[in-house]
Write a new protein. Structure first.
Lengths: 1044, 140
């Protein structure tokens, strides 16, 4: 065996309320169950199912969409992506779309039936919550092929719609009824025990061949089971096919989750209910179409022609099928009847009354819709003639359907039908037990017309009632009513007797002791010495004879009878009749004496006394005691009593005539009443018939609309559930939005088309004085903290012209700037309002202003710089174009550039004085030797001061190169600075001293350079500068304020 | 290149308000060479107000920006007194308050010929607005 053959397939049918049950089920399903799970629901064709996403939230087993041609894998859940017809062929799924016209009303039945056919005993059918009865026939098919049938129990956590599981349970084929969360565990156990018990039904397996002991063991077990069954239900299964038999037994073992066959035997011995269950399982399948072909052939050939024999077109042939279950037997019979009528061109009316106590099963039967696989036993010709195809189903056609009348009726509780031509009651009696059977057979006898037929199941018999029925065909269990006997039937049968009498409840005969012993002794004495007596019932039938009654009674001519008056000797009859009549009426003792009775050639006077016996109101009994008076007399002696006798005779005649007169009158009035009643009944009957027909057609219409409604309802349920799920998602999204609104710092207001506030974010109340109750008020009525007089106009424009608008608006005090966006609120078709959002752009505005300021500053500096350059040019070279002055000009520009470099390196912030000096004096480093010394603390200069000092250092150094220390190879310059408090202010003092240079003489007039230095210090920095032309070297002292 | 024959400003007293020492120095040097007398230059608003007290000038040339201040408060006072003045600015005319939009403006870097003609215009009432109509002269 390969793994795929081992695969168990659990098909789950669920409908209304099923999603909940499915969630529970998959939640409890282990990941490694080894099962392939196929889920069937009622879904519309064009609706994408969300079942896969719903279920995968509850389990880790992969949930996949069904695809046509998919091969099933273990540990996987298959769900249909949308409505369609699912079947299975050789382990592969087949998925088709619905036909345009015919929507399937029972996809579960269709898949279950095809699964049963394809997978046999590895099929598992599970029916969960749902309305209607889809799945009932399917689960029957699964059971018939040896699979396991499970239904959701109504206890514990009840299904929301219990109709579907109830309907499946009602046809009596469900193995396990379980709460939904316990189903997975049972499935797993079932599969495991299947493998453990596999060899039970594999008689041809080689391993068994080598293991003869085991085979013997099994065979013994089988015989024991058979004998238990025979003893308790009286049915002999030893002739059954071993394989079939053992497969059923094995399934019981699996259902009970027992280890082996010995365990089961123990269980069977101890539990009489298990015997019934096994018996039922073994009897499964007898209600399919034309099951027991031979029996139906016999009906067709021998019985049905007889039914039609004396019928004209006006007559009605009435059939009764008690316990019709899902209707296969009924339709089989109807088909046979129709065929006969077709052949013989006679058309009496045929009525088949099909009854059952179970409404759910009746509904299935009424629909007359069967999956194709359930019609295997029906010939193609019959399918063609009597069914029409509706998708995957076959529906019985109207001719047949019209013949059948389904009604809820209990053969046990309700009065029987009457004037029936044939009763077909197959496999009902076996469920009822001996006591009820004994009561039912007379009921059937009563219900049948003279010579009517009774058709029973293969394991049923009426041999106990051979006086009521004679055998027509023993093998096929066809019997005919005997007409020569009247069974006394009292119905309804008492409800107290109605119980599922199990075979074990047969009472034992109690042993004799105590009071019983006394009774027995007394009976013995009575037998010897008591006068002759009989006991009759209210009909006058003798039900008990004492000894020695022969003197008074004799069998009459004609058919045997037990009637007292028919059996009494002639001379006793008159007195007996009057006395019996008297006692029946008065309930008192009646006595007749001196009745002459011929005994051979003598005459014996006899007295008769009649007493009511017991006080049973329902069925009164009467004791009649015969006693002789004196000895027998000769006729002469008797004549001596003549006068007395004549007198007596006169008296008797008189009373008899009176009685006769009374009786005639009574008879006449009864006949009249009877005629009237008959008339009334006839007219009532006609009315009933016509009403019934109307009701029947109305009922069918209702049935059809009900089915349509039901399927629509199923779909609505499915759609509704998905909507609910979507709603949850929408709720979640809504929550997200809500939280987004709350968390967002962007004030946003939603207005409707008449500018009323629909919604706003909490941040919006910082701008508008909004409170939650303002929803619905026009926004323009609400005061706001904005410099925005044209707000209303902008909203109107955005709404009217369907344009997005942006405005820049400041808050009332100008501290906050907003970018206000008006977006039309667009629905799919039109503009339905405006969304106003306020983005805080204060930082951007400030940055822009800062930038503007920076640009202006830059502009200013650049233009100033250009001005300085131009001025320098004019001063240096405008009037003197010598190469020297040109060089000086460029030197100045370079010096300026160096200082700017420093300043811009420091981002126009403070510049170190030391750095500045080093930078300006850098060109005067010769052969790596610095010719200047810098001496002073670390001091930072503002850009303006730095630029000025840069110029100063440059001019001084240039001057030193021309006339001072740098003009000489050994000269050097000391540059020192310090911060000093002079005249209440902190001032920077910088000293420039030249050493070891050529001799210094004061210049005749100050040059451009020195004028510029002075200008920079005095004018630019509000400082002071003085030059000293010492012979040994030039000195300059600069003093500027520290705090500008 | 300077104007070929420097105009004789005939000792005209000109208040210079300019925070950049180099420019102030150049203006001063140039205007004195042209025969004018420079009052100041003032390098801050405070210094300029101090000079205004004395009222010893005939006209004023003022840089709009002085360090971190603008010169408009000063200009308003000078206007009130009735002394003619001109602005020097690195920015466009748009940065001026509306009430000073009709005043002559010299764009930095300043063309000296234009400086002279503006100063001349300031002291010739007929030509007061002429300077504004001068074609924008390029700096040197």
């Amino acid at each position: 065996m390969t793994a795929s053959q081992e695969l168990f397939i659990a098909a789950i049918g669920a409908s209304a309320g099923g999603v909940e049950a499915l969630q529970e089920l998959v939640k409890a399903m282990p990941d490694d169950s080894g099962l392939a799970i196929v889920i069937l629901t009622h879904m519309p064709a064009n609706h994408r199912s969300l079942l896969d996403s719903i279920l995968s939230r509850f389990c880790t087993i992969p949930v996949v969409d069904i695809e046509d041609g998919a091969r099933l894998a273990p540990n996987t859940i298959y769900v249909p992506p949308h409505g369609g017809i699912l079947t299975i062929e050789q382990g592969k799924l087949r998925f088709r779309e619905f036909d345009e016209q015919n929507r399937e009303r029972n996809p579960i039945d269709i898949f279950f039936a095809s699964l049963a056919e394809d997978q046999g005993d590895r099929a598992i059918g599970i029916i969960l919550s749902g309305a209607g009865n889809d799945g009932t026939l399917g689960i029957k098919a699964i059971k018939q092929y040896g699979g396991l049938a499970i239904a959701q129990s109504s206890e514990a956590k009840a299904p929301r719609h219990p109709e579907m599981p109830q309907s499946a349970i009602s046809v009596g084929v469900v193995d396990l009824v379980l709460p939904v969360n316990e189903i997975p565990a049972h499935l797993v156990d079932y599969v495991r025990s299947y493998h453990a018990l596999k060899d039970l039904n594999e008689g041809d397996d080689e391993r068994i061949e080598t293991n003869r002991i085991r085979e013997d063991h099994l065979s013994r077990a089988r015989h024991e089971i058979c004998s238990i069954l025979r003893k308790q239900v009286g049915h002999d299964f030893s002739g059954y096919k071993t394989r079939t038999f053992m497969r059923r037994v094995q399934r019981r073992i699996q259902v009970l989750q027992l280890e082996n066959i010995d365990g089961y035997l123990d269980h069977l011995r101890q539990n009489t209910s298990e015997v019934s269950l096994l018996f039922r399982d073994l009897m499964i399948g007898v209600t399919s179409f034309f099951r027991d072909r031979d029996a139906f052939d016999a009906l067709q050939n021998h019985v049905i022609p007889l039914l039609f024999e004396k019928c004209g077109a006006d007559d009605t042939i009435r059939l009764w099928v008690p316990g019709c279950a899902t209707g296969e037997e009924v339709y089989s019979l109807a088909i046979l009847m129709c065929e006969h009528m077709d052949r013989n061109k006679i058309a009496p009316r045929v009525q088949i009354f099909a009854t059952d106590i179970d409404e759910a099963a009746l509904n299935v039967a009424r629909a007359g819709r069967y999956p194709a696989s359930m019609l295997e036993t029906v010939s193609d010709e019959r399918i063609q003639r009597f069914f029409f195809k509706e998708g995957e189903n076959y529906v019985i056609n109207k001719d047949i359907r019209d013949v059948c009348i389904f009604s809820s009726h209990s053969v046990v509780r309700d009065p029987p039908f009457s004037r029936i031509d044939m009763i077909s009651c197959r496999n009902l009696l076996i469920y009822l037990g001996a006591e009820l059977q004994r009561q039912l057979i007379p009921v059937f006898h009563y219900a049948l017309r003279p010579s009517g037929f009774l058709f029973l199941g293969a394991s049923e018999n009426v041999t106990q009632f051979s006086e009521l029925f004679k055998v027509v065909e023993r093998k096929n269990r066809i019997f005919q009513r005997r007409d020569d006997i009247t069974a006394s039937v009292h119905f309804p049968l008492t409800p107290g007797n109605v119980r599922a009498t199990s075979p074990a409840q047969i009472r034992m005969q109690p042993a004799l002791q105590g009071a019983q012993l006394k009774q027995a002794a007394e009976a013995k004495v009575m037998e010897s010495f008591a006068p002759a007596h009989v006991v009759v019932n209210r009909d006058g039938d003798i039900i008990y004879y004492s000894n020695r009654t022969g003197k008074y009674l004799e069998p009459s001519a004609g058919s045997p009878t037990r009637h007292l008056l028919a059996m009494a000797r002639k001379s006793l009859r008159l007195d007996l009749r009057s006395a019996l009549h008297e006692t029946m009426e008065t309930r008192r003792q009646a006595v007749r004496v001196h009745i002459p009775l011929d005994v051979g050639d003598q005459i014996q006077f006899v007295s008769i006394s009649i007493d009511p016996l017991g006080d049973s109101a329902g069925d009164p009994l009467f004791l009649i005691v015969f006693s002789d008076i004196g000895r027998p007399l000769s006729p002469e002696e008797a004549a001596a009593h003549g006068r007395l006798a004549d007198r007596l005779t006169d008296h008797t005649v008189e009373s008899l005539e009176r009685e006769l007169r009374d009786t005639r009158e009574r008879l006449q009035s009864i006949i009249e009443e009877y005629d009237t009643a008959l008339e009334e009944l006839k007219s009532a009957n006609e009315e009933m018939v016509s009403v019934n027909e109307e009701l029947q057609s109305t009922n069918e219409e209702l049935e059809t609309s009900k089915e349509e409604l039901q399927s629509v309802n199923e779909e609505l349920h499915a759609v509704n559930l998905e909507l609910l799920t979507k709603m949850e998602e929408v709720d979640l999204a809504n929550n997200d939005l809500e939280n987004l609104f709350k968390s967002t710092k962007i004030p946003t207001i939603f207005l409707d088309s008449s500018l009323r506030v629909r919604m706003f974010t909490p941040a919006a109340s910082e701008i508008f004085k909004l409170i939650p109750s303002d929803k619905g008020r026009p926004l323009t009525d609400i005061s706001c903290d904005l410099q925005y007089p044209t707000l209303a106009d902008d909203i109107s424009v955005a709404l009217g012209k369907n344009l997005a608008i942006e405005r820049r608006v400041a808050s009332g005090n100008g501290s906050i700037h907003y970018l206000v966006c008006f977006m039309p609120y667009r629905t799919s078709s039109r503009t339905d309002g405006v969304i106003i959002s306020f983005v805080d752009v204060t930082t951007i505005v400030e940055a822009e202003e800062h930038q503007k300021m920076l640009v202006a500053e830059l502009n200013h500096r650049v233009r100033n710089m250009l001005g300085v350059v131009i001025a320098l040019g004019q001063q240096t070279i405008a009037r003197d174009c010598s190469p020297e002055s040109l060089a000086a000009f460029f030197e100045r520009l370079h010096a300026l550039a160096r200082t700017y470099n420093l300043v811009s390196d420091e981002n126009w912030r403070a510049v170190s004085l030391r750095e500045l000096a080093r930078e300006e004096l850098k060109p005067y480093v010769v052969n790596g030797r610095e010719r200047f010394r810098l001496d002073g603390q670390e001091i930072s200069l503002e850009p303006k001061s730095a630029l000025a000092f840069g110029m100063v250092f440059h001019e001084l150094a240039t001057n030193a190169t021309k006339y001072g220390a740098f003009a000489h190879d050994h000269g050097w310059i000391q540059l020192s600075w310090e911060v000093a408090n002079i005249n209440d202010g902190r001032r920077l003092v910088v000293k420039w001293s030249e050493h070891d240079g050529p001799e210094v003489t004061a210049p005749e007039r100050s040059g451009f350079g020195s004028s510029m230095i002075e200008q920079q210090i005095r004018y630019g920095l509000n400082g002071d500068i003085e030059f000293t032309y010492d012979k040994k070297g030039f000195h300059a002292r600069i003093e500027t304020p520290m705090d500008f | 290149v300077l104007p070929e024959s420097p105009q004789n400003l005939n000792g005209l007293r000109i208040l210079i308000v300019e925070d950049d020492p180099m420019l102030a120095f150049v203006f001063k040097t140039f205007l004195e060479e042209c025969g004018g007398e420079v009052i100041g230059p003032a390098n801050s608003l405070q210094a300029a107000f101090a000079l205004l007290e004395k009222r010893n000038f005939d006209c004023a040339v003022m840089d709009v920006r002085l360090n971190r201040e603008t010169v408009f408060a000063l200009a308003a006072q000078i206007q009130e007194i009735g002394i003619p003045f001109a602005f020097v600015t690195g920015n466009s005319i748009k940065t001026l308050p509306v009430e000073f939009r009709d005043k002559p403006i010299l764009l930095k870097p300043v063309d000296f010929r234009q400086l002279l003609s503006v100063i001349a215009g300031l002291n010739t009432p007929v030509c007061q607005t002429a300077s504004a109509e001068l074609p924008a002269a390029h700096p040197l």
